[in-house]
Design a protein around this ligand. Sequence first.
Ligand SMILES: [Zn+2]
Length: 309
Amino acid sequence: MRVRVLGSAAGGGFPQWNCACPNCSRLRAGDLHLKARTQAGVMVCADAGESYLLNASPDLRNQILSTPLLAPAVSPRHTPIAGVFLTSADVDSVAGLLSLREFQPLHIYATKSVRRIVLEENRIFRVLERANPPVRWHDLAINTWFPLGTNASSGETSVRYRMVPLGNTFPDYVSEDLRRLLPPEEAVVGLVLANGNKQMFYAPALPGRSNEWKEWAESSDVCLLDGTFWDDTELISTGVGSKTAREIGHLPLSGAGGLLQEFHSQNRVRKILIHINNTNPILDEESPEHREVRDAGCEIAYDGMELDL
Ligand SMILES: [Zn+2]
């Protein structure tokens, strides 16, 4: 199973269009110690040339165009993309679905709550129903293994997946009426992909309010984990927001109870940080924070990073 990071930044990307924080300003000025990044998304090539996207960021169209493996192979219309997994209904997880609206049959895998938010609160996404056959949504129960791929029903796939509940933060835009009806454990999930005895865990948003994620992270070969913020008060100290990292559903990397302290496993797990906010000092490859993350055994995802599982 081949895995490619299509985008490695948090919402807004890096640089962010309206941001003049030190990182964004230095990147715009050409500082070579920082690399531009698009908004987070991952491609997984499973069986028989079928590819799956893990989330659909607002940058998805350009990410597809810059990935030759995702080019159409058959005239007149075709895509190797068989489906899209959504780990939340956040704008940076779902907005890219609108870039897949050109009458292309696809499968979308999400919790029932995420599907209801996308379709009931945002009627614009019904544009996907114009495909023939229409885009098909699959409501996934959490904590349940499913076989992956169009051969799944015949038992010919070795790839399985499951969604792990990670937190109860629905996006701000969800109406009170709908929010009252939705089970909170379906708000934010991590995705476990297993290929034979190899396992990957994808959790670009990790609220850290329970410990279940750690078991999945520690039992995996590769983890792509929430690297959004270095510090819990980063948005406040950089003057771009008033909430803490934890208040908006992201465990910070540093400090007591932060990701580096909570997940310091020295075993075979490959730890890769993704969904990195443009204010995060680890984006500066010369910074002490960057060195601290590397010394803790973590890699920092970049657009185009590839790995095999
Ligand atoms: Zn910035």
